[in-house]
Write a protein that binds this ligand. Structure first.
Ligand SMILES: NC(=O)c1ccc[n+]([C@@H]2O[C@H](COP(=O)([O-])OP(=O)(O)OC[C@H]3O[C@@H](n4cnc5c(N)ncnc54)[C@H](OP(=O)(O)O)[C@@H]3O)[C@@H](O)[C@H]2O)c1
Length: 328
């Protein structure tokens, strides 16, 4: 098939406001339909984002032959069921993070995608930004010597009333909402966690604050914290034997740039041109669909994420150090 990939959007989620303008501007992608459980919301969103078709149910959108691929920004607990539904309907899928904190569900989704010959990717937009590629390049070429410690954070103050993030039945909680980025960051730089230890402060069945230590291959330690009852914070620091790399805006990538701190006290600012991570994400997944190649984030990455998140949840629940299987 030629021309841009024809995307449909499952729901009128808040995150659409950031993602859909970028998707519309992405090369190789075109937004053709949006669905909501409420007809008025579907129609209003179609008008707002200039999308030609509004469907009054998710099922109708998945039955639309004009839609080749779907973007799924549903509450976390609905990611796996609707990913499976979309794959059954023959659509490629970009599902918002976290695809699932349950490794067996991630396996099920990728088995279904592979059997149907469809692309499935988890929506970690930060992984598609040039700032992230530069960070990996610097660490890999030994700019800070031997990598020893990774420190990351992601928190904000949640207005909980009516927000899906506060609902345990929808897989709410700060680890799955924002801590998953910290996990993704540590895994990208140092590989799959070998063991994890964590503490959570819960309220109403979800973690409102979460802090963890992970042991990664090569004796690298990673610590992170995340939360819903803290001020807005986000950073990533990779610390090596000869210096460190500090990324002040690692996840949203709006204020892109890396501070390279040397052992002698010198600091070099590495400027990264501004660009939209969601646009890069849609370009990668659309190109993967057209070129018949894997997307940047496929089965291995989603499975590594799920194993780590599952281990972290068990560690917080039991107060024990959890050894993880499948660590590389
Ligand atoms: N990558 C990023 O930068 C980023 C940022 C924010 C959020 N996210 C992810 O995107 C997803 C959505 O987050 P959001 O904050 O945009 O969510 P949200 O505004 O609460 O939207 C979720 C949408 O899901 C639909 N829905 C279906 N069943 C629902 C139910 N039982 N309860 C509530 N809504 C239901 C609703 O759409 P209809 O009424 O139209 O059917 C609703 O608008 C989450 O997985 C989150 O982790 C990613």
């Amino acid at each position: 098939m030629r021309g841009p990939v024809r995307w449909g959007v499952l729901s009128t989620a808040h995150i659409n406001a950031k993602v859909l303008p970028a998707a519309a501007a992405a090369g190789g992608a075109e937004l053709v339909a949006i669905a909501s459980r409420t007809p008025e919301r579907a129609a209003a969103a179609a008008r707002e984002y200039g999308i030609p078709k509004a469907h009054w149910s998710y099922e109708d959108l998945l039955a639309d032959p004009d839609v080749e691929a779907v973007y799924i920004p549903l509450p976390n607990a609905l990611h796996v069921p609707w990913t499976l539904e979309a794959l059954r309907a023959g659509k490629h899928v970009l599902c918002e993070k976290p695809l699932s904190p349950r490794p067996e569900d991630v396996e099920r989704c990728f088995d279904a995608a592979e059997q149907a010959g469809l692309v499935l990717s988890e929506g970690f937009m930060w992984r598609h930004h040039p700032q992230t590629a530069k960070l990996v390049e610097l660490v890999d070429r030994g700019a800070i010597g031997e990598l020893r410690l990774i420190r990351t954070s992601f928190s904000f103050t949640l207005a909980r009333e009516g927000n899906v993030r506060g609902d345990p039945a929808l897989d709410g909680g700060s680890l799955l909402d924002v801590g998953c980025y910290c996990v993704s960051g540590a895994r990208l730089l140092a590989g799959e966690p070998e063991s994890v230890h964590a503490e959570a402060i819960e309220d109403g069945g979800v973690d409102m604050r979460f802090a963890a230590t992970m042991r990664l291959p090569g004796d690298v330690l990673a610590t992170f914290d995340c939360g819903f009852d803290l001020p807005a914070r986000h950073d990533l620091e990779a610390i090596g034997s000869e210096g460190s790399l500090l990324v002040a805006d690692p996840w949203h990538c709006v204020e892109s740039g890396i501070d390279w701190r040397r052992s002698d006290g010198g600091v070099e600012r590495i400027e990264i041109p501004r660009s939209d991570p969601y646009l890069h994400e849609f370009e990668d997944v659309s190109a993967a669909i057209r070129e018949g190649r894997p997307p940047r984030l496929g089965r291995e990455d989603a499975l590594g994420q799920a194993r780590a998140l599952d281990g972290l949840r068990r560690a917080a629940a039991t107060g024990s150090v959890i050894e993880l299987e499948g660590a590389s």
